[in-house]
Write a protein that binds this ligand. Sequence first.
Ligand code: SAM
Length: 280
Amino acid sequence: MSSSAAEWASTRGEKWRVNAAVMEATLSPLDEPLIAALRLAGRTRIADIGCGAGGTSLAVQRRAPSGSVVHAYDISATLIEYARARTLEAGLPVTFELADVATAPLPAVRYERLYSRLGVMFFDDPAAAFARLRSWVVPGGRCTFVVWAPPEENPWLGTVRAAVERVVEVPGQEPDGPGPFRYAEQGALPSLLAQAGFRDIESREWRGALPVGGGLSAAAAANVALDAFSSFAELLAEAGAGKRDQVAEDLTSVFRRHERDGVVQIDAAVHVVSASTSAD
Ligand SMILES: C[S@@+](CC[C@H](N)C(=O)[O-])C[C@H]1O[C@@H](n2cnc3c(N)ncnc32)[C@H](O)[C@@H]1O
C-alpha cells in the first residue's frame, strides 16, 4: 500500500469521519454536476470509488432510477463502518465495501456506471489503477470523475491555507504526486484516461460557491475550516499555544468578506471528467 493510501486507511480516514458532516455539507454542491454527467437512465448498477463517509453514494441512490443499486468502495475501515451505519438508518439499498480499489480483485459482476467524487487523486500508480477500474465497467458503460481545478480557482481552500501560512509553514503538494490538486491541469486526467483505454472522454468545468461547513457564519466557518480541512489543525497544534486562535481571528475577518445572508460561501472549481468504455 502506498503511503498516501496508508494514510487514508488510518489517520486521514479517521479525520474525515470525525468531520464527515461538515466536509459533506461543504462539498454537497458538487453532487449535482456529477449526477447529471452520469446520465442515469433505467435500472443501473453503479460503483462509487473512494466513497468516504458515503454522502454521495446515498445522494446517487436517491436519484437513480428504480431498481438501481450503488456499491461503494473505500480504503478506510472507519469510513466504511460509519457509512454502513448511516445507510441502515436511511434504509437505502447501498452497500459499502472495504477495498483498495487500485489492487482489489475485480467485482463479480461489472457495473454500468462508475464514479468518484474527489477519490481518485491518491493512487500510487494511476495508469494501472485507471486501467483496472475500466475493467470494472461493462462495455458501453460510463464513468465520471470529479477532481479539483487549480488552487487559484479554489479560494474556499486557498484563503484558509493563506491564513495558516501567515504563522506556520504549510508543505506543498508534489505537482504530479498523490494529493487533491494532482489533476488540476485540465488535460491531465483526460490524457491518463485515454492511456488507460477509455473512450469519448470529455472534461467540463464546474464553477460555483461552496458553503464552508454548511451554512455557517464567518467565525463558525473559520473554526470548521481550521479543524477539518487538510492538515491545518495538526500544523497549528505543532506551532504552539495561541497560534490557532490568532489564525482563527484572522480567517474570520477574511471569511466576513465572503458572507452572503450571514453564511460563508466561497468560490470553487472542479473538472467533471466523463468517459465511456468499449469492448477489450
Ligand atoms: C477526499 S476523500 C473524498 C470522499 C468522498 N468521495 C466525498 O467526496 O465525500 C477521498 C477518499 O478516497 C479514499 N481513497 C483514497 N485512496 C483509495 C484507494 N486506493 N482505494 C479506495 N479508496 C481510496 C479515501 O479513503 C477517502 O475516503
